[in-house]
Design a protein around this ligand. Structure first.
Ligand SMILES: [Zn+2]
Ligand SMILES: [Zn+2]
Length: 347
């Protein structure tokens, strides 16, 4: 079979390797679709501490496929079953895992980081991932592609659950990438009255209108604060989501939030840039709620699958480029270029 291995920064090699062996308590998944995520691009450009130099790893954690082989000690996963696999495998015993928050587990493992992921034809599913519930059936009405790109939707659904967007809310989303598009779709569905998206790429801003953004602004060319205040009768946005990793935009988020507004620091900061100066008086006097969210739980993932399967969100529209696994380098180059939204390998 073919597998795209990450060997080091900027170094991906497609190799012919044997189909992985599985133990009696494991599964083998034949991958049908796997999407390139911002996390894959960060690893591609900067490496990852869990992938030490001298080792190789198949990246890819947004995956869907069918059960191709089932170990004799495993039951409940018939051959041919269509499944998707949320990436984070919790330890199952820590306080966060016991609350069902596998995304908060301090010892989680992940497909495409600690286990070989979806950028290959067949993927081994370790016993702990099966036990922890990371093999999830795909609703019949969903394609493999749609199931693969439900992972980013689930992270924005997790954000929505903490922000509780409601009809009447003006939502400002800073960042018009695929995650920004998912935020737009989920907030639209939740009833947001006006959705404003800011970015520094005109191309991305014109694209994000297709996903339901009401207004867009190039914050590299125009003053974002002025624009938001003008669009909200001087009040500010009820909800502000920073779907980017720029420290100054966290500072700005507090300035453009309306009194009683909710702010979600969705994007983490690169290491070395996490100390950000914030005007805490804005939190105090405007009575803001400032929230962090990270990843998604299995429950968020399941809920997102059923939302996407309902057709109320056209999650498949996120897929704007398809490549065969043989063209892994072209696919990564395309994704790095920032063209379109999701780049997906189809098999
Ligand atoms: Zn992802
Ligand atoms: Zn845990």
């Amino acid at each position: 079979m073919k597998a795209a291995y990450f060997y080091g920064i900027g170094d991906i090699r497609v190799e012919e390797v044997p189909v992985p062996d599985i133990a009696p308590d494991e599964l083998l998944i034949q991958i049908k679709a796997s999407a390139i995520c911002g996390t894959d691009l960060r690893i591609y450009k900067g490496g990852h501490f869990k992938i030490p130099e001298g080792s190789k790893r198949v990246l890819g954690h947004e995956v869907a496929g069918i059960v191709a082989k089932c170990g004799e000690a495993v039951s409940g996963y018939p051959l041919g079953m269509r499944v998707s696999l949320p990436p984070n495998v919790g330890c199952r015993t820590c306080p966060m895992c016991l609350k069902g928050l596998n995304n908060m587990c301090p010892d989680y493992e992940a497909f495409g980081i600690s286990y070989d992921g979806g950028f290959q034809e067949y993927m081994r599913v370790p016993a702990e991932a099966i036990r922890q519930g990371n093999v999830i059936p795909i609703p019949d009405s969903m394609s493999f592609e749609e199931a693969a790109v439900t992972e980013p939707l689930s992270c924005t659904y997790h954000s929505y659950r903490t922000l509780q967007t409601k009809p009447g809310d003006t939502v400002l989303i800073i960042g018009a990438g695929p995650i920004g598009a998912c935020h737009v779709m989920i907030n639209k569905l939740a009833g947001a009255t006006k959705i404003i998206v800011a970015d520094i790429s005109d191309e991305r801003l014109s694209e994000i209108k297709n996903y339901g953004a009401d207004l867009t602004i190039n914050s590299g060319k125009h003053d974002l604060k002025d624009f938001v205040l003008k669009q909200t009768s001087g009040i500010g946005a009820d909800i502000v989501i920073t779907a980017c990793s720029v420290p100054s935009l966290q500072t700005l988020a507090l300035e453009v939030a309306a009194p009683l507004g909710r702010v979600n620091f969705f994007g983490g900061m690169p290491s070395g840039k996490e100390m950000v100066t914030l005007n805490t008086n804005l939190i105090h006097y405007k009575e803001l709620t400032v929230l962090g969210t990270t990843g998604s739980s299995l429950d968020d993932f399941n809920e997102s699958l059923s939302i996407a399967a309902s057709g109320k969100i056209n999650i498949g529209d996120l897929v704007t480029a398809r490549f065969p696994i043989e063209s892994a380098n072209e696919a990564f180059a395309h994704a790095v270029s920032g063209k379109g939204m999701k780049t997906v390998f189809t098999f």
